[in-house]
Design a protein around this ligand. Structure first.
Ligand code: PEP
Length: 255
């Protein structure tokens, strides 16, 4: 295992929070705190906030992401946003398959794969979320499920395109609950994801893929989580809405 072979990336997921003016204010507050980061820094914001976020982040080390993307290039899909639209708006990253979309909006492993392909084909970097529910964990399905979700999401993704993929292991029971996986559980889950990538693309390629942990990561627990060999960064919900907390996580990933 060699962490130096991959970039640490801390990505915020703002979920359905912040108006455009609040977006501008929060990014302005974050910019000086994040300026010395020695890792990738991404803020994934609601679609309506993209323009304000891109403008506010201009000239800084903060990259802007979206929280979802439709899988068709264009057409009669009322209310949806395409990868090309995001790209032209200045978006560089997109989250795909977040558990909240799987739970509330009918996202499946097939649609996660289609969205991933649409995003990659448009040149967007893609953060694919995988993770087990508490029931699945207690039944002993975690390894099989994480490997299945990872391989399904990456179906027809080429080795070249994989360079633009980050996988976020997010145990569903740890998202927005305040319950964090232990550092060992996070390392183990991320290890299953990396093993699935190795089975599909080979061990050398798998060593180069950034695998984040997400689930109630915060300023207090980030050091221990990020110290693990398989944890290459984090996907951060609640703590990404607070400039100081988010900057402490970025600082921990920069060590
Ligand atoms: C997330 O939204 O991906 C997430 C990990 O949320 P939180 O950090 O709030 O658990």
């Amino acid at each position: 295992m060699n962490k130096a072979k991959r970039q640490a990336v801390i990505a915020g997921n703002w979920k359905m929070n912040k108006t455009p003016s609040e977006t501008k204010a929060l990014i302005e507050e974050m910019k000086p705190l994040l300026a010395n980061a020695d890792c990738g820094v991404v803020l994934c914001v609601p679609f309506i906030d993209v323009a304000a976020a891109v403008e506010a982040a201009q000239g800084s080390n903060i990259k802007i992401g979206a929280e979802n993307v439709h899988f068709k290039e264009s057409g009669a899909y009322t209310g949806e946003i395409s990868a090309a639209m995001l790209k032209e708006a200045g978006v560089e990253y997109v989250v795909v398959g977040h558990s909240e979309r799987r739970t509330y909006f009918g996202e499946t492993d097939q649609t996660v794969n289609l969205r991933t392909l649409a995003a990659l084909n448009a040149g967007l970097k893609t953060i694919i979320c995988v993770g087990e529910t508490l029931e699945q964990r207690e039944l002993g399905y975690t390894e099989n499920l994480l490997k299945f979700q990872t391989k399904m999401a990456l179906t027809n993704v080429t080795e070249e395109q994989l360079k633009n993929v980050i996988i976020a292991y997010e145990p569903v029971w740890a998202i927005g609950t305040g319950v964090t996986a232990t550092a060992d559980q996070a390392d183990e889950g991320n290890g299953y994801v990396r093993a699935a990538i190795a089975e599909a693309y080979g061990a050398d390629v798998a060593e180069t893929v950034t695998v984040q942990y997400g689930g109630s990561m915060n300023a207090g627990n980030c050091d221990e989580l990020l110290s693990k060999v398989n944890v290459d960064g984090g996907l951060i919900g609640g703590a990404s809405l607070k400039a100081v907390d988010f900057s402490k996580i970025v600082e921990a990933a920069s060590k």
